[in-house]
Design a protein around this ligand. Structure first.
Ligand SMILES: [Zn+2]
Ligand SMILES: [Zn+2]
Length: 147
C-alpha cells in the first residue's frame, strides 16, 4: 500500500495503491484529498479485520452496538494496523464516507456505542454544538468532541 498527494494544474491529486489496484482521484482542496486518502486507508485496514462483525449486536432500535472495548466516555474503540480508532469511524469508512479533518461524528440515536452509519451524522463543530443545544431535554454538552 502506498499513497501520494500532489498539486498539479490547480487540482490536488491523490494516488492510492493497494495490492494491484491503483486509484487516482482529483480534488479542489488539499483537505478533501487528505480526507479521501484517510478514508481509503481506514477502509483497507477495516477489510483486514474479519472479527468486526462478531463485535456488533443489533438492538430493536436498529442500533449496531459495539461489543468490544468501550472508552470511559462510552465509545467503541479498537486497534487497527497498530493504531487506536473509534469503531463508528471504521463503519463509516466501510460505507465509503469520508470525514473531513476537524469534523465531528454525532450519534443521532444518542447511543454512543452505536456504529450504524445510518445513525451517525458528520457535522462541523459549530453545527454539532447547535444540535446539542436543540436537544435540551438531554445533555447540552457536546459529548463526542473530536471523536
Ligand atoms: Zn444507533
Ligand atoms: Zn453529538
Amino acid at each position: 500500500m502506498s499513497q501520494r498527494l500532489d498539486f498539479r494544474g490547480k487540482r490536488w491529486r491523490a494516488r492510492y495503491q493497494v495490492g494491484g489496484e491503483r486509484i487516482v482521484r482529483t480534488f479542489s482542496t488539499e483537505a478533501e484529498a487528505r480526507a479521501w486518502v484517510d478514508l481509503a486507508e481506514l477502509r483497507r485496514a477495516a477489510m483486514t479485520f474479519p472479527a468486526l462483525l462478531d463485535r456488533l449486536n443489533v438492538t430493536p432500535a436498529g442500533c449496531w452496538e459495539w461489543q468490544g472495548h468501550v472508552t470511559a466516555r462510552g465509545y467503541g474503540r479498537l486497534m487497527l494496523d497498530g493504531r487506536k480508532v473509534y469503531a463508528h469511524r471504521v463503519l463509516l469508512a466501510l460505507r465509503g464516507t469520508a470525514i473531513p479533518a476537524g469534523y465531528h461524528v454525532h450519534h443521532a440515536c444518542r447511543n454512543t456505542r452505536c456504529v450504524n452509519p445510518d445513525h451517525l451524522e458528520i457535522l462541523a463543530p459549530v453545527e454539532h454544538r447547535a444540535r446539542h443545544r436543540e436537544n435540551k431535554n438531554g445533555s447540552s454538552v457536546v459529548h463526542e468532541d473530536g471523536v
